[in-house]
Design a protein around this ligand. Structure first.
Ligand code: HEM
Length: 473
């Protein structure tokens, strides 16, 4: 075996604490510009921390480094520990904070409901919720896109998790969750997640105090639902909460109420915030780029009326539009941080235990050698070639890869199909929309509003009976 001396990582020179704080703030307010400026200066894989700092913080976007990270063994890298920033929001027992065998078991439990036939059974729910929202979009009126998409994706995930169909508790949960997450919906709000010293309860009107009170309300609603379920003898339910409650660990023990609560919040949060932002971006690109809209409409019209959801999900151009949407502005700029547990070599760099690795989805998706003209929205690139999981990774990778990837894409396609086939739309404001920070993700700014200019003749066919007509269990 030849011994090649490990390369050392490039990165910024030693700087004062104030310069570092300034970079920190810049990253909060202008995340894309900040990581791009660093990558231009230091390359695909670079160190962010001080030259001699331990632990080192390293951004990775070369396919070699991403492959090494996503194929590493659990004894080499830890992911749960790096997600502490999410603990206040999701609790310590949610899947994203778990490690090792417990994490693997939880994944095996949660994957099936988001794949295959179970996932397809949500098609009617997705389409009927979409139709309800569309029916409120009247010709001549203007709508804020992200909140509308959030309302759809939140209702869909609530149905998947609880199998609920309306009702007071469902409605309260929907409203309280939205309010809680909206608190982190701006760079200023996101500071409370990134800077723990700001997490002080100064009363109900202070940002953190408000968050804590809303979180308590969400918890109360979830615990009430769990208690009701424990008292029910109905074992025929197939929703995700029923699945979690039936699960037993290696010692035959069920999940505690606290564990159930953390898993539910994780799924509700991870399962709708991201999809809502992705949908808002997709609609933005389709409405603002006439050639994309024309091509998409041609594909949709060729499918004929009463299209089957599976046929919609297989439309190649629609698929390419969704892929390109998630490439250009990936909702999560990075996959979860991975922490090195034992000395390891990543793309020729020797890394010490404790090193924090950020697999940068955004930078990987903007490498010019892989994606010519990376700032252009060009779905065709996904029809022309295939990308490796280390070049295209909107859902992360390895043993942490998003469990809702297939579900999210399915939902995106059905919702977009509903809007495009029913409505003629235009942007209310022709200025380009920039990504803005929303908690740990980025989303289109609130300026994204769409005006309905007309109804498409085909629209009538996509209006589906009210939600209550589709029992999901
Ligand atoms: C467009 C929508 C979505 C995007 C862009 C997205 C993106 C991601 C990313 C980047 C990760 C981290 C993966 C890693 O570190 O390697 C992740 C993890 C996760 N996602 Fe998603 N996601 C989306 C939708 C969903 C949906 C619909 C669900 C439904 C439940 C979901 C549930 C999760 C869970 C539970 C994890 C943690 C997995 C683990 O720790 O093992 N996501 N997602």
């Amino acid at each position: 075996m030849t011994n090649i001396a490990p390369r050392s990582l490039n990165g910024p020179p030693k700087s004062s604490i104030w310069e570092r704080r300034l970079w920190g703030l810049r990253f909060l307010f202008q995340p894309l510009e900040t990581i791009e400026a660093r990558s231009q200066a230091y390359g695909d894989d670079y160190r962010v921390s001080q030259p001699d700092a331990t632990p080192a913080l390293v951004y990775c976007s070369s396919p070699e480094a991403l492959e090494a990270i996503f194929t590493a063994k659990p004894e080499q890298l830890s992911a749960g520990r790096g997600n502490q920033i999410l603990k206040e929001l999701l609790g310590e027992h949610g899947i994203v904070l778990l490690e090792g065998a417990v994490h693997q078991r939880q994944r095996q439990l949660l994957m099936p409901p988001f794949h295959g036939d179970r996932m397809r059974s949500y098609a009617q729910v997705i389409q009927s919720i979409t139709a309800e929202v569309i029916s409120a979009w009247k010709v001549g009126a203007t709508f804020a896109v992200r909140p509308a998409m959030q309302s759809i994706s939140l209702q869909v995930i609530l149905q998947a998790v609880f199998g609920l169909e309306g009702g007071q508790r469902y409605e309260q949960l929907r409203q309280t969750l939205s309010q809680m997450l909206d608190g982190f919906g701006s760079p200023l709000g996101a500071m409370f997640l990134f800077y723990p010293f700001l997490q002080k309860d100064w009363g109900a009107w202070s940002p953190w105090g408000r968050f804590l009170r809303l979180r308590q309300q969400v918890d109360d609603l979830l615990y009430a639902e769990i208690a009701d379920r424990r008292n029910q003898s109905d074992t025929g339910r197939t929703d995700i909460l029923a699945l979690l409650m039936a699960a037993r660990d290696a010692k035959g023990q069920p999940m505690s109420d606290g564990e159930l609560r953390d898993e539910l919040v994780t799924l509700l949060f991870a399962g709708h915030e991201t999809t809502a932002s992705a949908l808002a971006w997709a609609l933005y690109w389709i409405v603002s780029l006439p050639h994309v809209q024309t091509k998409l409409l041609a594909e949709i019209n060729a499918l004929g009326s009463d299209a089957d959801p599976i046929a919609i999900a297989r439309l190649p151009y629609l698929q390419a539009v969704c892929q390109e949407t998630l490439r250009l502005y990936p909702i999560a700029l990075s996959a979860f941080p991975r922490i090195v547990k034992q000395p390891m070599n990543v793309a020729g760099y020797g890394l010490e235990p404790g090193t924090v690795l950020m697999p940068s989805i955004y930078l990987a998706h903007h490498r010019e050698s892989v994606y010519p003209e990376p700032k252009q929205f060009r779905p065709e690139r996904f029809l022309e070639r295939q990308y490796s999981p280390y070049e295209y990774l909107p859902f992360g990778g390895g043993d942490r890869r998003c469990i809702g990837a297939a579900f999210a894409l399915f939902e995106m396609k059905l919702v977009l199909y509903g809007f495009i086939s029913s409505l003629e739309m235009t942007l209310a404001d022709s200025r380009p929309i920039r990504p803005t920070r929303r908690g740990i993700t980025v989303a289109p700014s609130d300026r994204l509003r769409i005006r309905v200019t007309g109804l498409r003749p085909a629209g009538s066919k996509s209006v589906i009976p009210a939600l209550s007509a589709y029992p999901i269990n």
